[in-house]
Design a protein around this ligand. Structure first.
Ligand SMILES: Cc1cc2nc3c(=O)[nH]c(=O)nc-3n(C[C@H](O)[C@H](O)[C@H](O)COP(=O)(O)O)c2cc1C
Length: 345
């Protein structure tokens, strides 16, 4: 699996998720089997680049290659400039966001709203490709199947984007109108795959190894991308990798392994966000990890009362040690549906 000239370790990708797939989480997913992980979107608005949020998103210190940065915006020249800004900060692949249904993005005609204006979408693709070419940086595109069931134009946009020089296309199998409701469909992903020569990535509702294999087989996609199912369960990548390779199901992780992964993740997380923000923003990752475990909901509630990173990490270590004394492995059932999609998107 390659993106332009860049060879990837495998065809299992971690999806960009604003507020989730920051550098520490991407690194964790990579360590646990994802061959590739895309950053949270970075705005093309220059006035926001110096904000703490954007400068954190553009900081790739210690991140494993290839470093991929997703940019979002509505103006071709600004998007081209944003691409170069991120290349100067370490991006080796630039991804254009045409999938985000968030209102604040759509009101400015960014994210999936761009799919409604095909001429602008392709103007942006061309401008970003032209800006990245002298740096040898491939450009990719992530989109939905269309704006609505009546305006499902992913194939047309994919063909135009390929002509503009885009090196890989990811399709989330929902329309913008669907938000996160209903189920992802993969027929449109298969149609995109059949229409272009560049690699195509299938995305949406892939939450088990069996589903991963089924989606790869039915779409003919070159890779799959996983978002929500990795929240609190980043080891899903190694489970899928093992299943695709051997056809066998990997046993669920040992409680002690999950403990160590979460503690490593927390340490990285505190390093990026610092004490004040770190202790708060880590709560969601801890919550997702424990929510489907015995006693998890009560522990999750207790997390909200802990105000220092050291106390939080110590509580997590103790809680998992307790659990390890009672059971060797995590239950193999997938984590429950993350509960804050609606608020984040
Ligand atoms: C909390 C959250 C934040 C997201 N942020 C982004 C984003 O910044 N850029 C993007 O292209 N997609 C974003 N997405 C969409 C995901 O990348 C993915 O396309 C979608 O969740 C479907 O895949 P899944 O069913 O595996 O989660 C986000 C999704 C969630 C749940």
């Amino acid at each position: 699996m390659r993106i332009g000239h860049i060879q990837l370790a495998n065809r299992l990708f971690a999806a960009p998720m604003a507020g989730v797939t920051d550098r520490p989480f991407r690194q964790l997913c990579r360590r646990l089997g994802a061959g590739y992980a895309v950053s949270e979107m970075v705005t093309s608005r220059k006035d926001l680049w110096s904000s703490l949020k954007t400068s954190r998103r553009a900081d790739h210190t210690g991140e494993a290659a290839p470093i991929s940065v997703q940019i979002a915006g509505t103006d071709a020249a600004m998007m081209a400039e944003a691409a170069v800004y991120n290349i100067e900060r370490g991006a080796q692949i630039i991804d254009i966001n045409m999938g985000c249904p968030a209102k604040k993005v759509c009101n400015q005609w960014a994210g999936s709203a761009l799919m409604r204006d095909e001429a602008l979408a392709l103007e942006i693709a061309e401008a970003v490709v032209t800006a990245c070419a002298p740096h040898g940086v491939p450009v990719t595109l992530k989109m939905r199947t269309g704006w609505s069931a009546a305006e499902r134009n992913a194939v047309r946009i994919a063909v135009g984007a390929e002509r503009a020089g885009v090196a890989m296309i990811t399709v989330h199998g929902r329309t913008r109108e669907q938000g996160y409701k209903g189920s992802a469909e993969y027929d449109t992903v298969a149609a995109v795959k059949a229409a272009v020569r560049v690699p195509v990535v299938a995305n949406g509702d892939i939450d088990t190894p069996a589903k991963a294999r089924e989606v790869l087989e039915t779409t003919g996609a070159d890779a799959i991308m996983i978002g929500r199912a990795a929240q609190g369960r980043p080891w899903i990548f190694r489970e899928i990798a093992h299943f695709l390779e051997t056809g066998a199901t990997l046993p669920a992780p040992q409680v002690s392994e999950a403990r160590d992964w979460l503690l490593e993740h927390l340490e990285d997380h505190y390093g990026l966000y610092g004490e004040q923000t770190g202790v708060r923003s880590a709560r969601k990752h801890i919550g997702w990890t424990v929510q489907s475990l015995p006693g998890g909901p009560a522990f999750r509630a207790r997390m909200n009362t802990i105000e220092t990173c050291a106390a939080q990490a110590a509580a997590v270590a103790d809680w998992f040690d307790d659990l390890a004394a009672r059971t060797e492995r995590l239950p193999s059932a997938p984590a429950a549906e993350p509960d804050d999609v609606a608020t984040l998107q």
